[in-house]
Design a protein around this ligand. Sequence first.
Ligand code: HEM
Ligand code: MTE
Ligand code: MO
Length: 442
Amino acid sequence: MSARRPPLPVPEDPPSGTPFEREFWSSPLRGPWLTTVLGSSLLPLIVVAALTGFLSHAAYDPNPSGSGQFNLYLFSWPAGPTYLYVVTQGLHVIAGLAAIPILFAKLWSVIPKLFEWPPVRSLAHGVERLALALLVGGALFVLFTGVLNIQIAFLWSFSFLDAHYYASFVFLAGLGLHLVVKAPIIFRAYRENGVLRPLKDDVAHTVPEPLLSRDAMAAAAPTSEEHTTVAPAPGPATVSRRGLLGLVGAGSLGLAIMAAGPVIGGPLRSLGLLSPRGRGVGTGPNDFQVNKTLAAAGLTEKDLGPDWRLTLTAGDREVELSRDQLLAMPQRTETLPIACVEGWSTTEDWTGVSIRDLARMALGTDAPAEVFVESFQKTGGFTSTTLSENKVMNPRALLALKVNGVDLSPDHGFPARIIVPALPGVRNIKWVDRMTVMPAAV
Ligand code: HEM
Ligand SMILES: Nc1nc2c(c(=O)[nH]1)N[C@H]1C(S)=C(S)[C@@H](COP(=O)(O)O)O[C@H]1N2
Ligand SMILES: [Mo]
């Protein structure tokens, strides 16, 4: 900064007794070191959530090769290892939920800056604050929509998912800019305070962070462009920094453990104290998680009667297969998870026909194929999907007729459902009506 810069016009005082006055914020804990430590703890969680989020988008195959659209991710989500989506989506949900307490603590640590006075000092400052609004708004929006996706399934629609997806770009762009702009403060905060040194202080010794060199100027001239979170009139500490970080860390770890329960499933599922999903729905071998019951899908048991036929088409060839005919084909049993985007999984033994065998039957050859699957559920979402070549050609990808040795229950997709290794749960269509086989685009 040039020494010859003209002095800034002295702004009016902030309205007294309001949060715009710096004296209003009196916690001695606030300061660049605390903000930097919270930010540094947040960053790895955000990176994990972002990477696994984009992987999840790729797993949805937004632009299947047959669609003629450009494949954004330049690869086709693999059909294995079977637990792949359990892991990626599990990490996504766990990291996202664990980030929440840290994010709130970090925002708390910079509140005085949110109430800067005057709110906008110059065009450049206005732009900077707008970018911050996008960062904070983006972060809150992405986390909020993520939590709602889990908690309120009926809000779960593709517009909701798109909002979560596009907002993440705004958020990540804002974050990238934020890290560049704050890099000098981050390094200085660690250099001047050490990475962990302030954690040694107990409550009695918890005093405001020493003002950083640049902040010293700011303290002398609080109306200058430099504005610090360090309290100018600190009150006594009621908690130490290590106490605060311990509390935030425990909250974060607690949420991570509660999120991990349903991800892993089985007996650990009961750790999901905040999970909206109960144990199972069904009886005997069919007693495992159901999001969408037959009734909720707008279907009745009559729809599942003996008149049901699987319509299998390829070009102008069309075959209709009854359940008995499907059961007479070679059967395969595979242990495969359903991994829902909400962050729960359930691993069961599925028996049915390889989708590859059905494709071969439809095409008359074992050529690489893609299959468009439709449910006879006609209302609501998740009623159709395209299975790209690597899924169709994997013999472990099934049109399942049975689970754990018995017929699928109506809620689990009787007469037949899709179950493909490593595929997001949402694409494992239940109550299958029609499969359209297309030679794979080369
Ligand atoms: C969800 C992501 C994040 C949000 C919403 C967020 C939000 C904010 C806000 C609102 C401010 C105050 C405004 C300002 O100083 O200009 C701030 C300051 C700051 N942030 Fe972040 N931040 C995030 C991530 C991070 C990360 C990952 C780091 C890395 C260590 C970081 C380091 C800092 C630093 C050093 C400051 C300045 C503190 C000071 O001047 O006392 N932030 N952040
Ligand atoms: N026809 C149909 N198939 C469907 C769904 C649906 O709503 N309708 N839900 C999907 C979702 S989101 C998941 S996670 C899996 C398992 O869901 P379930 O718990 O409802 O069986 O089935 C998928 N198949
Ligand atoms: Mo799902």
